[in-house]
Ligand binder design. Structure first.
Ligand SMILES: C[S@@+](CC[C@H](N)C(=O)[O-])C[C@H]1O[C@@H](n2cnc3c(N)ncnc32)[C@H](O)[C@@H]1O
Length: 247
């Protein structure tokens, strides 16, 4: 029987993520989706997979609420603790079994779901669902910022990328090819990454008992010719606002 265990990234692979400015898009989507929502001063925002706290910092600059950053990567959490940022609490924690204190108003899950990958497509799906289901009845809102990969052929591209990046042999070929074709570079070779299309994510959210009440569509990213070999027709980062069906 396959174990529901996540394939984990190395420290160097995690560090490579913090070279972007994606938190700027995340905060503007967050502010626009929460524009009409009321917060009490003691409501906590939990940022799951919040890394070194860049999104959390932008949140605390705009709101009085404190932000609890959870991440499985000890280096990221200790560097965040060392900064001693105002109103930010940092805890080493697994998104699949997060600590809960009863004060969680909003849970944000930014660019982490696609990293919850396991030994098979089924295990991967269960891991991604677990990270959402664990919050049922525990928070008012879930904000998700996630990569969207659309394909010329059904939902094939996300599947192909998972297949290549999670297979040891194919990853070796992929890493070699990416030396000459930098646009194929993926720092997840050997571990795996599972992107999905917009409709696939919506279906997964629904299966976890959440409905999307609002959404912000990101800008389309450039798709190089070699990437088109993977039948990718579109790449963007979207943000979703989720509520439980019975709320
Ligand atoms: C691509 S980075 C995203 C960081 C940040 N949220 C952002 O949007 O820029 C993925 C983050 O998820 C964290 N992560 C991966 N698996 C995790 C898990 N099971 N529990 C908690 N954090 C996890 C990684 O350590 C990393 O910080």
């Amino acid at each position: 029987m396959l174990e529901n265990k996540q394939n984990r990234l190395s420290e160097a692979q995690v560090e490579a993520f913090f070279n972007t400015e994606f938190e700027q898009d995340q905060i503007s989507d967050f502010e626009s989706l929460f524009e009409d929502k009321k917060f009490d001063s003691n409501d906590v925002i939990v940022d799951v997979g919040g890394g070194v706290g860049r999104f959390a910092k932008l949140l605390t600059e705009r709101r009085e609420n404190s932000v609890r950053v959870l991440d499985i990567d000890e280096n990221s959490i200790s560097s965040l603790k060392n900064v001693g940022a105002h109103n930010i609490e940092a805890l080493v924690a697994d998104a699949l079994n997060p600590p809960m204190f009863g004060d969680e108003k909003v849970v944000t899950i930014n660019l982490i779901l696609h990293h919850l990958v396991g030994q098979s497509e089924e295990v991967t799906r269960e891991l991604q669902k677990s990270a959402l289901k664990v919050w049922r009845g525990k928070t008012d809102f879930i904000f998700i910022n996630e990569y969207i990969y659309e394909s010329f052929i059904g939902n094939l591209s996300g599947r192909l990328i998972y297949y290549i990046t999670s297979s040891a042999a194919l990853s070796l070929v992929g890493s070699f090819v990416s030396k000459f074709v930098p646009s194929l570079r993926a720092n997840t070779f050997g571990v795996g990454v599972r992107f999905r299309s917009h409709s696939e994510w919506l279906e997964l959210f629904e299966q976890c008992g959440f409905r999307v009440t609002d959404c912000r569509y990101g800008e389309s990213e450039f798709i190089s010719l070699p990437r088109r070999i993977l039948f990718i027709s579109g790449i963007k980062r979207n943000s979703y606002l989720l509520r439980a069906f019975d709320d």
